[in-house]
Design a binder for this molecule. Sequence first.
Ligand code: M6R
Length: 365
Amino acid sequence: DKGNYRHFMAKEIHEQAEVVGRTLAHYVNFAAERVELPVELPFDFKDLKRISISACGTAYLAGLISKYWFERLARIPVEIDVASEFRYREAPLEPGGLSIFVSQSGETADTLASLRYATAEKQHTLSVVNVPTSTMARESNVIAQTLAGVEVGVASTKAFTCQLTVLLSLAIAAGRARGTLSVEDEKELVDALMAVPGQMTEAMKREHQIEILARDLSKAKDVLYLGRGTSYPLAMEGALKLKEISYIHAEGYAAGELKHGPIALIDETMPVIVIAPHDNIFEKTVSNMQEVAARGGRIILITDERGALEAGLDTMATIVMPSVHPIVAPIVNAVPIQLLAYHTAVFMGKDVDQPRNLAKSVTVE
Ligand code: M6R
């Protein structure tokens, strides 16, 4: 049931504050400001030398964001691959290691094959899945469920932000177990997570501005998305969302890679979407933005109030997001990139819930 929405995708974007809140309530003890996992772990994070993660599409990009979290908060090296590569590359895995799989459906053929490979290599397997009765849930040692509810739109939205919520909770739990986070650090991070649903609701208020911008975006042939840190995988997610439902060619790049190739594409017809919350690498992204501006590129900047004040250059548009703790920024900033893709595709008259050539769950390789 679409409720009052035109498309499932719109409904699912708007549900995010609620389902992220629900997922959070499952992983966090609000009163104690502590992560409390709803499952027993058959391993101790403190004994791990590294984590391997595999997934496909949007779930892979959630995994890529979590690499930044596990490495920063728990100081565990993380290797991440798209599952179609992981399953065949015969990665050496030390027995007793941890492999994490991320999947909305829990049925994606390549991710499932990767899970089976890791099982054969004697890894502890933990799957972040949305469907608790799925094959991956059944075959994993640990299920970390996302409570996104049924996701109908082929473009993944609410499953993505719930995956991020679960993965960040796991990274915090890992940091505590490994002694890399103090009680105060954990409180600060849990408070930041608890604020996310409210900030997502606030982010939705940019929808009208984004809807107008989308008309402009719909005329583009190519769109570039740039970001650094966790905004880099989010840039790739923005590009994936746009291409899969609007069929506009889009690419997500690490902002620092601009000079190594993609800058050659920039001219007055090229929209460049820059995701840059005001964090410790903001200045670096701003200098990349100046390079784009100098070549006439049309910048859409997604930032917060402080970032908007300090960017100091002409953009085609600036989407001012609520100020959030930098660690949770990719969860909140997912909202405007989803809305941008959605409204662009709707404006172009595309079937956003059922894009051509795509299936909700890719159960064949
Ligand atoms: O069910 P899964 O999460 O394993 O699916 C993975 C991808 O097929 C999926 O995220 C796909 O990339 C989406 N259509 C992206 O919006």
